[in-house]
Design a protein around this ligand. Structure first.
Ligand SMILES: Nc1ncnc2c1ncn2[C@@H]1O[C@H](COP(=O)(O)OP(=O)(O)O)[C@@H](O)[C@H]1O
Ligand SMILES: [Mg+2]
Ligand SMILES: [Zn+2]
Length: 272
């Protein structure tokens, strides 16, 4: 095929002068005309090779670069989400698979939490919450953070872990005139993640202020149809005292499950 004048101009423009042309055969693309190009000196000249092969290599390089960019961005965004999740370092590697089962209670808790994690998008769509109640050391924080880790890493969604006392402190910190954030921003933080994990509810006796914060927090998420996992060492009957009846009602709505952790403490039994 004869080269048009404009092709020659661009070839010369990018690679220097065409010094020689030869017919060659590419094993992939068949016959083509190869050009020896250079800036007038034969020593700095080079054969161009098959145009279509060169184009394919460039496309492959671009594709690889883009894949790497996408991977890097994905990794960075997951790391960012993990970083912003506030899940304590101690629990950053907790998983559902790492939860030991020896007894029907643990088996049932693991089943419910695994279903919650794996079907989180469906639960989240209807704002279905979860309550994990029971004595210390039974793995409530373990399972809740395992769900959080799954939601962030596997589903690419956002989760935030807070103890009730840190949530109260966050709202209180907005009150001063020189506070770093406003009260509205404090509540916006609680509302923003796809999943909120509220741990250690009812550790101390609650004040009226704390009950109000709890209600605002759970209610704004309820209205936005966003689920919350609430963890408490209080029993089922005591919980309304610490959270308020309306909060418990909202958490139970739409099939929100209540899981009781009744077995002995597993603290210190970690296999790792
Ligand atoms: N069934 C289990 N399998 C493996 N580790 C467990 C199990 N239950 C608890 N743990 C571990 O024991 C420690 C205490 O559990 P944690 O989740 O903090 O209890 P809770 O929040 O109920 O007080 C954590 O390090 C947790 O990972
Ligand atoms: Mg705990
Ligand atoms: Zn070729």
């Amino acid at each position: 095929m004869a080269r048009t004048a404009s092709e020659v101009v661009s070839l010369v423009g990018t690679l220097g002068q065409v010094l020689k042309s030869e017919k060659r055969t590419c094993t992939t693309h068949g016959e083509y005309t190869d050009h020896l190009t250079g800036l007038g000196k034969a020593r700095s000249a080079a054969w161009h090779g098959c145009n279509r092969c060169n184009a394919a290599h460039r496309a492959e390089d671009t594709r690889r670069e883009q894949q790497k960019l996408i991977r890097d961005n994905l990794r960075r965004s997951i790391e960012g989400r993990v970083g912003r999740s506030c899940i304590p370092r101690r629990f950053s590697d907790r998983s559902l698979a790492g939860f030991r089962v020896d007894g029907e209670g643990q088996a049932s808790a693991l089943r419910i939490c695994t279903d919650y994690a794996e079907n989180f998008p469906a639960h989240a769509r209807v704002g279905r919450s979860l309550m994990l109640l029971g004595t210390v050391g039974t793995g409530k924080t373990h399972l809740a953070t395992a769900i959080g880790n799954h939601v962030i890493r596997r589903l690419g969604m956002t989760a935030l872990y807070l103890t009730a006392s840190s949530a109260f402190r966050h709202v209180k910190a907005s009150f001063g005139s020189d506070s770093p954030h406003t009260e509205v921003e404090a509540y916006a933080l609680f509302e923003s993640p796809d999943l909120l994990i509220l741990d250690e509810v009812g550790v101390q006796n609650v004040t009226e202020f704390e009950r109000t914060v709890m209600f605002e927090m759970i209610n704004s998420r309820y209205e936005a149809m966003k689920p919350t996992i609430v963890i408490s060492n209080r029993g089922k009957d005591e919980l309304p005292t610490y959270m308020g009846d309306r909060v418990v009602d909202r958490l139970r709505e739409n099939g929100g499950k209540l899981v009781l952790f009744t077995w002995e403490s597993q603290r210190g039994k970690e296999s790792v």
